[in-house]
Design a protein. Sequence first.
Length: 422
Amino acid sequence: MSKSPRLLIADPPQLLRQRQRADGSWRIWWEPSNPARRLGFDVVELDANRLTWSVREAGRLNRELAAALKTGRRAAAAPMGRTIDGLIVAYTSSAKFARLAPKTQDSYRKAFAPIAQKWGAYAVIDFSKPVMHEWHETLLATKSTATASARIRHMSILMAHAELIGWRPENSNPCTRLGMATPKGRRQTASWSDFDALIEAAQILDMPGMVTAMTLGLYTGQRQTDLRLATLGEFQRRPLQLMGWAEPRPCWIWALTRQKRGNQGTVVIHDDAAPALEAAIAQARARTAAANAGHASADALAAAALVWDDRTGQPFTGAGAEDRFQNRWGAIRRAAAAALQAKGQGDAATAIAQLQFRDLRRTFGALSRAGGASKDDTADVLGNSAATDQHLADIYMSPQIETSGRAVTALRRPTKPERKKA
């Protein structure tokens, strides 16, 4: 009968667990009891390379648990100490955080919540690469690959800020070079028939605002937030001559500042999307004038929203706007899928039922590249490459309008074959 391996810590504190892996390395962790979990305690990875610290940390956790069991609640960590809780407060109060788009700020706050729940009371300086590696391994065993990678990525943002404010030495981010598993990115795009089915469903549901959003989403590749917040003043019709055109011709131009990155972009509106844009502009002008006793100033019209929620008669702005937009999109998607299913197109119905609005952005990229646009041109429209500040007066032959035009005009609908005459 073989003997069990000698433990690294011969007399471990209560709830400290240790296990030798097949490769000979050790995992050491603190395992809370079920009553402890109900009070908010979770598994805490310790460090097999720092046994004294691990024993001390397990003892601290046991004392914290004992106090929580007496009072019925876990004590909150001091918010401004050099703990993870304090670091989250420091980062979300910084000027760097304030410069992020509101949607990004909200996303970060939600991402930091589970980090605070697990590590909030721990000192920032005590985190090491082995601890983060063990946490990543634990996350992979209990969560999806995407969640595991995202959790470490957001912890890395905090640790980078800790270096900036002197809470950790330079180049000591414990989340770097962990060899993390890369999540498989989403690849779904819409076909032209999918897009037509969505447009038809929106028209049947009497949602012209969503027709505008979907049309511009596919033909410009911009994000949902930029579409929702687009104003009439961002669109102007100007004569434009792109390379290869014999002479200038009038085109709609969208000059926007993207909400996520804050970079500016100038996008040529595809001829196929122009009718939907013009109808939306006319309707938005009428609604704005009606809201201003039949007359609206030039400034009021320029600030008016382009995309409106036809169910409420209000633009997709303000509190709850994103949820309303997603609800309308869901209704359109379900209606389109049901219509395809009724026509016996089950596979197409299944595909469209899984389509997300952000997939229209990816569809633009795929169609633009398929039409012959370069990666640089397509990325310029998507806003993934740096854009320079520019005024609308400079759009006629600026480098960006040229690249934007090449990428947008590369989109081509397949033509239906003509029937031969008898």
